[in-house]
Design a protein around this ligand. Structure first.
Ligand code: FES
Length: 265
């Protein structure tokens, strides 16, 4: 067999033969993720206006401590530093899940540290260490975040159920109703479910351990469902990220008494 030796030239940063607008996508990802991170950090530290009536912001659910009816373990303990809001106690789960997501990894490696800026575009460094050494090897923790994120999803679904029951402050009775907030929280769970159940790790969980998947009908069915969602994982990721932020904004608006006429019971 004949061999031909080809020497590959190291491209300098940003150098490419591509003629399309390859920089648009990483730029949009940079702007969208930066906006979300800035807003989420502010909302998490803010510690107020995260609930109204039966609604609770997904940034603050599960609410471990607090004075409201949503609180799981009662009043906030006195030993907890004041600057730690209830959101800071739980946000490490959804944040870790997104941060280690296979899709987002590819997106923010390109958008935030140009590694590479886009496919076949020269990158700023000459060595490639990949994800097999510290710190990026920690990304393999993703499957464990998936397990906990699934529990959080069940809690958010319960929040939607709670958002169907509105308390009459004069009689003290709860009555069934569907508000705009109920629909927004419900839609948020829908998008989060599409994102979570299309996870690459979940796909591997159902189909990665067997040679002939079709012999195991229930696994095969689950694998096909996950694969179907997985094909649009990027879209589910962006829709769910937006819906989480929008849900927090809506609950905040209700709680602050702005646009109170929008509450349709
Ligand atoms: Fe994206 Fe698991 S790969 S959520």
């Amino acid at each position: 067999m004949a061999f031909t030796s080809v020497s590959l030239e190291q491209r300098s940063f940003g150098q490419t033969l591509r003629r399309d607008a390859w920089w648009v996508q990483p730029l949009l990802v940079f702007l969208a993720l930066s906006t979300f991170v800035v807003y989420a950090t502010w909302a998490a530290f803010q510690g107020n206006h995260y609930e109204w009536g039966p609604y609770i912001s997904p940034f603050y659910s599960p609410l471990l401590f607090g004075d409201s009816a949503h609180s799981w373990f009662g009043a906030r303990p006195t030993w907890l530093p004041v600057w730690i809001s209830p959101a800071l106690l739980i946000l490490w789960v959804p944040a870790g899940f997104r941060l280690t997501c296979y899709y987002y990894r590819g997106a923010y490696y390109k958008a935030f540290w140009a590694d590479p800026p886009s496919c076949t575009v020269g990158e700023p460094r000459t060595t490639y260490r990949g994800e097999h050494s510290f710190p990026l090897i920690m990304q393999n923790i993703h499957r464990y975040f998936l397990y906990v994120a699934t529990l959080f999803l069940a809690i958010l679904l319960y929040d939607v159920w709670e958002a169907l029951w509105f308390l009459d402050t004069t009689t003290g009775d709860a009555s069934f109703g569907i508000g705009v907030g109920t629909l927004i929280l419900g839609l948020n769970v829908f998008f989060l479910s599409g994102y979570t159940f299309g996870c690459h790790s979940l796909r591997h969980l159902f189909g990665g351990g067997v040679d002939e998947l079709s012999k195991y009908s229930s696994c095969f069915f689950a694998y096909r469902c996950v694969s179907r969602l997985n094909r649009r994982h990027m879209l589910w990721g962006w829709f769910s990220l937006s819906s989480v932020m929008f849900s927090d904004v809506y609950v905040r608006i209700c709680s602050m008494g702005i646009w109170s006429d929008w509450r349709i019971l």
